[in-house]
Design a protein around this ligand. Structure first.
Ligand SMILES: Nc1nc2c(ncn2[C@@H]2O[C@H](COP(=O)(O)OP(=O)(O)OP(=O)(O)O)[C@@H](O)[C@H]2O)c(=O)[nH]1
Length: 462
């Protein structure tokens, strides 16, 4: 075989696109890879001017580089991106080499073009993964999982990408990116009816590009129902527990199985999703702990009521919020002869009386009112947006509710506690201590009046 023929055969087999263009800018040689890029055969292209094959826009981009090689005899190396009418984007590494005649005049140009779309697409995925994980001091954003899925769908050439949680045999789509299928976030399906069950069984990344021929998938109910031919999914594992699955699928078969690079990319995307979710969990745990601490700090341990600090804040807020029509009412409540209850039955019984009595008080007030343990056996009710008239009934109900409370001791003895209540309406100039002081003075009068009654502060109380 002649050297010429061997060279020709080799070039014909190369994945690199090779073309030779003469001074008249006509194709004098193209290999199959080059012609296929334009969906043509080499015979379609031979002898035809470059302008016949390239679109106007492409030719305008190519021309200055062609001109440069023809006029200066330079070698050119550059990258370019071509977007086809169907939206396909190709990244190309291009090399133009001049061909000279014996006098050193440029008579042609060799174009060697490498389609590096896969390489750049992989770089794009890696960049997104990096951006999702490393926010440089900013909070990791759960919305970045959408970004990741979007890049993954493009990169893998699939219809849908999902990050789904699994709880109690239920599969819930938490994040989804799809242009073609109707599976909104929040969709729930029985786990067994999704490909996730196959991933869980394998406990590893699995993929198929032809489910109908794949024994793991062809009899699966998901294939029977949705006919998804292509699938790649990896478990999302957080703190050694499988949280869910990152999966990508497509209705149609894929000509090629997923490559090793694609598989590793999906694993890395899975790791990025794990990082985001784990960090979200840590954050919500911290918020919950902080809320729990706040509840503890503002709650009385014995009765479960709001404690003094919480109560005074509520009163302060009620005084600020009071409007022209309605202010607020404060009632100071004290159990009657409580010392005697303690002395007769013991402190534990005294505690039981406080718990039962305050439980009754809480039930007697409106949900907008607050019952507070100010200290010892002294309590306060803050009635927001209330006045003498509207609060009278509520406070009478409170008094009665305690009176009707029955505490039966192990010995069979019965205790019926009572409370005395001093109440005061807010005045324009009030602060927390002035209104509380008046209510306390009224309480003193209630005790003097014989206890188990409600007494309102009057103008003599300051
Ligand atoms: N069991 C129990 N007793 C408490 C608690 N806090 C305060 N006390 C008791 O409540 C009693 C309050 O008694 P006093 O303030 O003398 O008044 P009182 O006996 O209720 O009489 P009057 O208020 O005049 O009706 C004291 O013996 C306190 O020790 C508590 O958390 N549990």
């Amino acid at each position: 075989m002649s050297t010429n023929r061997i060279t020709h055969r080799i070039i014909e087999q190369l994945p690199t696109m090779v073309a030779y263009v003469d001074v008249e800018r006509r194709f004098r040689f193209v290999n199959t890879a080059y012609a296929s890029f334009f969906d043509l055969t080499p015979d379609d292209m031979l002898g035809r001017p470059v302008t016949d094959v390239l679109s106007d826009e492409s030719y305008q981009r190519v021309k200055p580089n062609h001109d440069r090689v023809f006029s200066s005899g330079e070698k050119l190396e550059f990258s370019d991106v071509i977007t086809f009418r169907n939206g396909r984007k190709c990244f190309l590494d291009i090399r133009y080499l001049p061909e000279f005649d014996e006098q050193g005049k440029v008579i042609g140009l060799y174009a060697l073009i490498e389609d590096v779309t896969d390489y750049y697409a992989s770089v794009d995925v890696m960049r997104t993964i990096h951006e999702v994980i490393h926010k440089r001091g900013r909070r990791i954003d759960p919305a970045s999982i959408d970004e990741l899925l979007k890049v993954g769908v493009d990169y893998l050439g699939v219809d849908i990408g999902t990050a789904s949680s699994i709880k109690n045999e239920t599969y819930t789509i938490e994040w989804v990116q799809t242009a073609k299928m109707d599976f909104p976030a929040g969709t729930q399906l029985p786990l067994a009816t999704t490909y996730c069950s196959v991933v869980l069984k394998a406990n590893n990344l699995i993929h198929t590009n032809d489910a109908s021929e794949d024994p793991r998938f062809k009899d699966h109910s998901s294939f029977q129902t949705y006919g998804l031919e292509t699938y790649i999914g990896t478990p999302i594992i957080i703190n050694d527990i499988t949280w869910g699955i990152l999966g990508f699928s497509r209705k149609n078969r894929r000509a090629e199985p997923f490559s090793e690079l694609e598989v590793e990319m999906v694993r890395m995307m899975g790791t990025a999703v794990e990082t985001v979710i784990a960090e979200q969990q840590v954050r919500s745990d911290l918020i919950r702990q902080r809320d729990d601490m706040a509840v503890i700090a503002y709650t009385d341990a014995l009765t479960g009521l709001k404690n003094r600090s919480a109560g005074m804040e509520i009163l302060e807020q009620s005084l600020i919020r009071k409007n022209d029509e309605r202010g607020c009412v404060v009632a100071v409540i004290d159990f009657d002869h409580f010392k005697a209850i303690n002395d007769t039955y013991g402190h534990d019984v005294g505690d039981k009386v406080l718990i039962a009595g305050t439980g009754a008080m809480s039930e007697a007030v409106r949900s907008s009112d607050s019952v507070v343990r100010v200290g010892g056996e002294e309590f306060m009710v803050v009635l927001a947006y209330a006045d003498h008239e509207s609060a009278t009934q509520v406070l009478e109900r409170v008094r009665q509710a305690v009176e009707e409370t029955v505490i039966t001791l192990d010995s069979g003895e019965i205790i019926n506690p009572t409370v005395s209540i001093g109440a005061s309406e807010s005045r324009a100039e009030d602060d927390v201590s002035s209104i509380y002081r008046r209510a306390d003075q009224a309480l003193y009068k209630a005790k003097r009046a014989g206890r188990n009654c409600v007494v309102w502060a009057d103008d003599t109380d300051a």
